[in-house]
Design a protein around this ligand. Sequence first.
Ligand code: SIN
Ligand code: FE2
Length: 217
Amino acid sequence: MSAASGTGAPGPRRGDLELGPGAVLLHGFAGPDAAALLAGLDAVLRESPFRHMVVPNGRRMSVAMSNAGLVGWVADRSGYRYAPTDPDTGRPWPAMPDAFAALADRAAERAGHPGFVPDCCLLNRYAPGARMSLHQDGDERDLGAPIVSVSLGLPATFLWGGVSRADRPRRLRLEHGDVVVWGGASRLAFHGVDVLKPGRHPSTGALRLNLTFRRAL
Ligand code: SIN
Ligand code: FE2
């Protein structure tokens, strides 16, 4: 696979890392777009701020979330689903900024999944101590479309399991600008994020931010 970024940004780049069939870690792919992504994120969060959702077992998630797009992923005491309105504001989720969808499509194409048109971007905010346990992204109607996941800010340890929960997950460091894409035979791979360690990043301060693009409808 080519190590050249679709952005045309100058300079050497580390290679792409194949994680499985249809799954790739694109080191630094979103780096040149980070400022535009963070500006879009600010605009979205002014309308639909981060909040800690409560899952059906009554626990509050350590990761704070919001969404942009036609639908947003929500959890509450009754379950998980995609919803067109933000339950906290009663209004539609903010539109997905143009820079978001364009980057997601370029990353998907580089990973071998051309023509990706996401209709949902889940925004995840990790403060030190926050984690996301191993799970599959399976609430989307069209499992033919990939997941594109963009990391910004503090580094994290990504857990990359196989398609069976019993597979021992690989531990991968995700840094600012890294993008993971999984589709095809890897679309239902288990994944998660280990407990975030404290630190400071020039773009996000004491936080890690993650943008996860899906085709949910
Ligand atoms: C997710 O699975 O929704 C988030 C993954 C990440 O934060 O890298
Ligand atoms: Fe996920």
